[in-house]
Write a protein that binds this ligand. Structure first.
Ligand SMILES: [Zn+2]
Length: 108
């Protein structure tokens, strides 16, 4: 995944070495880029990505510098990320059940 489109805005997704700075992910509004620590895998990766997608969405929609405090924004994006991960764990990503079923083409 190299980019995502959030409400029509292309947001780059870049894996980087962030753990050395004590963080797992961050969103840069000036670069319109989500950075995710390169060591993250599976649920940790998805959870961090969803959290940063939340921040990016607030920025793209212009809600970042409104009456919403940073604490409230953190609470909302964390909650959405947790809910998404709960749902994702039910879906079983990467298994046969989530792949689109292909029907064999018949020769007519
Ligand atoms: Zn955050």
């Amino acid at each position: 995944m190299k980019s995502l489109t959030i409400f029509g805005t292309k947001i780059k997704v870049v894996k980087d070495d962030l753990i050395v700075h004590g963080i797992l992910g961050k969103y840069s509004p000036t670069e319109q880029t989500i950075y995710i620590d390169k060591s993250l895998r599976g649920k940790e990766f998805i959870s961090t990505l969803m959290h940063e997608i939340g921040h990016a969405t607030f920025h793209v929609l212009g809600y970042h510098q409104t009456t919403l405090t940073l604490d409230m924004e953190e609470l909302i994006v964390d909650n959405l990320s947790n809910v998404f991960c709960e749902v994702a764990s039910e879906i079983k990503f990467g298994t046969e059940s989530t792949k689109p079923r292909r029907t064999k083409k018949r020769n007519s």
